[in-house]
Design a protein around this ligand. Sequence first.
Ligand SMILES: Cc1cc2nc3c(=O)[nH]c(=O)nc-3n(C[C@H](O)[C@H](O)[C@H](O)COP(=O)(O)OP(=O)(O)OC[C@H]3O[C@@H](n4cnc5c(N)ncnc54)[C@H](O)[C@@H]3O)c2cc1C
Ligand SMILES: NC(=O)c1ccc[n+]([C@@H]2O[C@H](COP(=O)([O-])OP(=O)(O)OC[C@H]3O[C@@H](n4cnc5c(N)ncnc54)[C@H](OP(=O)(O)O)[C@@H]3O)[C@@H](O)[C@H]2O)c1
Length: 419
Amino acid sequence: MFRLSDHNDLFSRRCVLVNGPVIVGAGPSGLAVGACLKEQGVPFVVLERADCIASLWQKRTYDRLKLHLPKQFCQLPKLPFPEDFPEYPTKKQFIDYLESYAKKFEISPKFNECVQSAKYDETCGLWRVKTVNTSGGTRSEVEYLSRCLVVATGENAESFLPEIDGLSEFKGHVIHASGYKCGEDYTGKKVLVVGCGNSGMEVCLDLCNHNAFPSMVVRSSVHVLPREFLGRSTFELAVTMMKWLPLWMVDKLMLIMSWLVLGNIENYGIKRPSMGPLALKNVEGKTPVLDIGALHKIKSGDINVVSGIKRFSRNGVELNNGETMDVDSVVLATGYRSNVPSWLQETDFFSKNGIPKTPFPNGWKGKLGLYAVGFTRKGLSGASSDAVKIAQDIGKVWKEETQQRKQTKACHRRCISQF
Ligand SMILES: Cc1cc2nc3c(=O)[nH]c(=O)nc-3n(C[C@H](O)[C@H](O)[C@H](O)COP(=O)(O)OP(=O)(O)OC[C@H]3O[C@@H](n4cnc5c(N)ncnc54)[C@H](O)[C@@H]3O)c2cc1C
Ligand SMILES: NC(=O)c1ccc[n+]([C@@H]2O[C@H](COP(=O)([O-])OP(=O)(O)OC[C@H]3O[C@@H](n4cnc5c(N)ncnc54)[C@H](OP(=O)(O)O)[C@@H]3O)[C@@H](O)[C@H]2O)c1
């Protein structure tokens, strides 16, 4: 039985009893789970806040973006990339692949459905997932009720905008990297790029290619690795070496390879972390930069490396080392955050930062029918691995229950509303 307050709430919005799991998010992770569930014969509903699949890729990435890992590490389960795709597919090719993936597995997400809250109702043994849809100028609310909830909202759900002293006084243009498309509008301008992850490095490179003058803020340290070593993907080499060698040794070899290809990056103002690149990724989730040309521009002085920011002024910035600079525009390449804590009312499985507490490869299954896909800090390959396991687990229970239902004559399930 529902409590009275819940009961009133239940009838104030449209309720949908979902046959099978609810998947929140129609990015690569949500699509991968959907495809694997199709194969298991399990029905599901995908809820997506945007009006398209893979909204991160379609709406919040820059034009020159390519996958930075070789394609075999980025394809989703059950459908390889087309053979004519290059080793590092472009953003457009990746989106085309995802569109054909959704089509092949007949995945039709419910778009413009932003999940506001989800909680497990012990009285009815169901997840209650509330959404708001504000498309077309009207607001509608729906509550989905389901035995299983698959969280697929991604590690990069929200742009992270740090609070920096004086930024609101700065009179130039400020944008997060998720809104940056191309350097065309910045020609001839002095641009401060805050952050030196893969986004910060590539935005700087793009700005150089459009004759802008980027300065990149490196406030702490970062590992920069060449994307390739002797014609082979560095990532692939690391994966191969990990089969035979301990992680610390692979890290050492990665650093030697980097030194051979890139030289000593500390000569250019980029400090390396004391922990090796793979260890750091495992422990702190910090991704190494795979260099695709920015380092060359740093060496040539086209990208100016600067220290952390003390404060912004109307026309520029004061750095931690006391230096001041005039700046026309700022690009905050300061990363992303998971948004799970803002809507999932659950604290056992997910930590405060919106990532499952249990690390890969065991962070895909919680209690009471809760699952998480794509929070492995291992990119698309980690998401694919989660998706396969989740679908197998749900499929097993589904088959057992379907078998039982077939053996029971009467069915007393009440469907509140259906699509
Ligand atoms: C610039 C950039 C480049 C990258 N390049 C690579 C790469 O080359 N290789 C790699 O392996 N990884 C890369 N990544 C990591 C990237 O996160 C993954 O590639 C991939 O997008 C993860 O898929 P996902 O489905 O888990 O998350 P997302 O792609 O973020 O999809 C999550 C979906 O959930 C939706 N959503 C979020 N909150 C809600 C809500 N409350 N209600 C409903 N829907 C919601 C979002 O709109 C989104 O469509 C890159 C990331 C960035 C930012
Ligand atoms: N396919 C591709 O080529 C590609 C391209 C772009 C991104 N990606 C992926 O997308 C994900 C996000 O990458 P990202 O580069 O956007 O984010 P990121 O790796 O999280 O890097 C964020 C950067 O911002 C800095 N930063 C944050 N707050 C700051 C502040 N207040 N002042 C100064 N610096 C600050 C961080 O510095 P600290 O380290 O000191 O915190 C860090 O250098 C990663 O997984 C990445 O691999 C892939």
